[in-house]
Design a binder for this molecule. Sequence first.
Ligand code: IDP
Length: 153
Amino acid sequence: MDIRRQRTFIMVKPDGVQRRLVGEVIKRFEDKGFKLVALKQLHASEQLLRNHYAEHDGKPFFPKLLAYIGSGPVVAMVWEGANVVDVSRKLVGATRPSESAPGTIRGDFAIEVGRNVVHGSDSIESAQREIGFWFTPEEVIEWNDHSNVWIYE
Ligand code: IDP
């Protein structure tokens, strides 16, 4: 598969929406050169969040995590580009904001792990699974990027 067609799932969590950070998050991904291929705002159902966070089911923080992400609308996105999964994790920053480098989204905008503003898939497999939970195939848009020749050699 063309590496430039790699996709990842990014979500601005309810705290990011409340704090008017949606534009800031989108800006960082756009500035980098990645391509937005899906976007929607929604108030996620408990079942969707249980699917999305299944790996954390049973952990002590799981009930609070569901309450946090289910507390209000989120903005769900799919971004496309070369190595977008790994590079997005760098743009997002470490899970614990106390360990997130300045210049990352969490490093610049978060203090606590339970209010860390944004989600980004942690592997290509997770990205595919998460995109399938949050979007129908029709909601992910194919479009020709006129900037491609200025972003890729
Ligand atoms: P990630 O979001 O950086 O991929 P994960 O370990 O997958 O990190 O955790 C998912 C989310 O669960 C975190 O972003 C954070 O919101 C929450 N979380 C993780 N660990 C804790 C914790 O120890 N206390 C409270 N919330 C946590």
